[in-house]
Write a protein that binds this ligand. Structure first.
Ligand SMILES: [Mg+2]
Ligand SMILES: [Zn+2]
Length: 198
């Protein structure tokens, strides 16, 4: 059976964008606001070298909420995909949930099972790729990411960032890290690839 790393996007791969109108950090809505954190490319390559399959699992409710267009959300995805492709990094799937239960665009304003902490995407990935969830990981920066991974039996790592404060204090992740690079180091240690005697 294969093993996987499920990655949240905003706040894990790329910088969230501060919106002064809502006083919150949000997803980027256009290509120029999409910027990867340092070391993300190298970290993803290390995961591939360790034979993890990669899956993106991202809630993107802002079209449903009337805050941006689907085209804008797609353009941000396309930029991510292009950067990864240029660097020979392939994800097995990009899973995006565009729904929100209290949105204003009717078709997207539904209660769904794919919005994290809902785990529909992880269950689909498990079946399609015969994944061993006990050897798989979920990495996110909010409680919903941790709940989502734990509900299907992955190990979890919380990326602690100032932007996620307030949405990251309730869950109990197995590990915490400052960024993806540190998270990958934790995965390595747990593989036994690095002897850690500290
Ligand atoms: Mg996030
Ligand atoms: Zn959904």
């Amino acid at each position: 059976m294969d093993k996987a790393v499920f990655l949240d996007r905003d706040g894990v791969l790329n910088y969230p964008v501060f919106n002064p109108n809502t006083n919150e950090y949000e997803a980027p809505f256009n290509e120029k606001d999409f910027k990867l954190f340092p070391d993300v490319i190298e970290s993803l390559k290390e995961l591939l070298d360790m034979n993890y399959r990669l899956f993106l699992v991202s809630n993107q409710p802002d079209y449903a909420k009337g805050k941006t267009t689907l085209e804008n959300l797609y353009s941000v995805h396309k930029k991510l995909h292009n950067i990864l492709t240029e660097n020979n990094i392939s994800f097995n799937e990009y899973y995006y949930c565009y729904h929100h239960p209290y949105g204003i665009i009717p078709e997207y304003s539904i209660i769904c099972e794919c919005r994290k902490p809902g785990n529909l995407f992880l269950k689909q990935a498990k079946l399609k790729y015969s994944l061993d969830m006990s050897r798989s990981w979920m990495i996110g920066d909010r409680d919903v990411d941790i709940y989502c991974g734990q509900s299907v039996g992955t190990k979890t790592i919380m990326i602690s960032q100032k932007h996620s404060d307030g949405k990251s204090g309730q869950s109990k992740p197995e590990h915490k890290a400052k960024n993806l690079k540190e998270a990958v180091d934790i995965i390595k240690i747990n593989l036994g690839d690095i002897a850690c005697h500290n």
